[in-house]
Design a protein. Sequence first.
Length: 734
Amino acid sequence: MSDQRFPDAPRVDAQAKVRGEALFAADESRPEMAHAALAVATVGKGHVTAIDTGAASAVAGVRLVLTHQDLSALEQPGFLFAGGFGFQSIQAMSSPAVAYRGQPIALVAADTLEAAIEGASRVTATYAPESFNVLPDQAPAEDIVAQAESPLPREIFFDRTVGDADQTFAEAPVKVEAAFTSPPQHQNPMELLSTIAEWREGTLIIHEGTQGAESVRHGLARELGLDPDQVQVISPYLGGGFGQKNSLQMHTVLAAVAARRLGRPVKLVVPRMQVFHDASFRPRSRHRIRLGADRTGRMVAAIHESDSQTSRHDLFPTLHTDASGRLYGFGSFRGRERLVRTDVQTPGFMRGPWEHVACFAVESAVDELAYALDQDPVALRLANDTATDPLTRQPFSSRHVGECLRRGAERFGWSKRTMAPGSMRASDGSVIGWGVAIGTYPNSIVPEIARLRTTADGAVILRLGGHEMGQGLRTALAAILSRKLGIPPERVTVEIGDTRVAPQHLTAGSWGTASAIPAASAAADALLEALSKLGRGSPSGRTPGQILTAAGRDALEVEVRVKAPGQTDAVFGGLQSGHLAFAGPIFPGFTTFSFVAHFVEVRVEPGTRRVRVPRVVTIVDCGRVVSPRTAESQARGGVVWGIGATLREASEVEPRYGGFLNADLAEYVVPVNADIGSIEVEFIDEPDLEFNSVGVKGVGEVVITGVAPAIASAVHHATGRRVRDLPIRIEHLL
């Protein structure tokens, strides 16, 4: 209903951010604080046989140098997906082993940052090198692991089979078969990895930009042999996360040990070049897609086989086929996923981690199918829409893909498109291409313990799990409480990202808003009920502050616990222990995903073959939109990410030496203002009340999915060339 839609309100923390009042981890300072810097390995793999720190210790102001000889007592953090807390299972500097180039081998702490950097540059090491491989395509057979062989939970990570897709494909009258590749990529948020570690009366206090404060807390406790109650992690703001900061990083415990040894707070900010090796990244992957259709265009079979890079020490799972198997009402489907061990740090989540590349592969193949059938690409997609999850045969809680396509086509002017490649030209001679694609992302919920307090002066304080990384979580929470309690949003204070105020589950996977908003709504209902009892009747017409004053109370606080459908109360134990406790996208009786449709115009210059993207129209199905302004920002940002992922970004490796070569923003090419044209965003804005009580679904991840195939299809429409390898470069079109 239109009267249920939320107004376009400004960010509640906008003023604080532009004034510099919102403090990020590296903004913090402490009296007598020391600064730290890291020295890193210069071999692709091996062991440190000798390390010389004498020159580093001689630098004026250097107070401490740590190496593996000082840290052998550290416990390993454990891999996040194997019952641990770290983005990978190994802890740098806990042994002389070097798993990959760029791994830290020493920490230098000094009175000034300059002295720490100078000291780190003077650390020298001798290595016993070992053979290594950083290219999945060159991996021997024994390094290829079937997903089914992974020790990870089988109920989540397994191959998908519905019907006999191979036989049906073989018999299909119309077939498309193609291979696609996606390169390794790095997130590169503006805020670098950074930590301030401080010990106070036996308690370790960590200020760090993280998406998983509870994982950091419990991981540090494990590594240092502490009780979790002896560790506090404070992360009120992140300057971008995108999956990079979702768990315990390698540098954090090093800063904690240095602070304890020195008896002083220690700040460690990891420079960008080292971030490329000290955190996770999107792994290289290869995809083989086979689509079979009857002559009317009904897709009767889909087969998606993927090989993805992982590390030597961990098996980072993939879920490409979870997305690809749900794009359309396939009559039959088979998904097979394999992992390829390489000598790198463990890959991880990067915005739309599996779905971005899965949609690139399948949606590019769908465009090829449209041309094989001589059908309009939008009409083909509409004809294969479905209200039922093809993999579980359950209904989707909501799915408005058709409406996304219809609205997008109307707004973009799709009816003016001519089908033949190269048939549309601009006045300057550039070839125009129009492409379309859909994308999808699963919806999940994590348990929440929310505490809501109101005071007689009218203030409302909400404390719950969640991390603000620029997506606007505080603004959305203020919006729901403002509507429920009838107070201005500026009267709401939201305390999140702080293990002192509430258990902090990892915020990722687009479940932040879908988890926190229903919890805040339930807390508001509980507060209104408590106020009604306190006021001996309905609080209607009176503010919470007026009711408290009349009752002679200074404050009132309620606590609620919210979990996903089908979860038991035992899930709160997982929440409080720092482990993953999410549920979804498959729930009892329904499956839930967010969806998007992108319409893209590209222009290819006739001489240089440079590709420009002057115009994008994006229509998003993400349930009820609680904060329109921040949701639109998320959508625009996702499109920009998609443009970068398609036309610019690739992390280059050198097989002779290992590591990532273009480890800075000068050579890791990202889109700039001149690369971005008009991005029009619209939301279906229909609540999904089967998924949760407010009807919100995830938006932050789904918006990147589908951008790449829409651009690739537009490039084909302009040039007649099918580019199946990302990023699309000029040499592909010459």
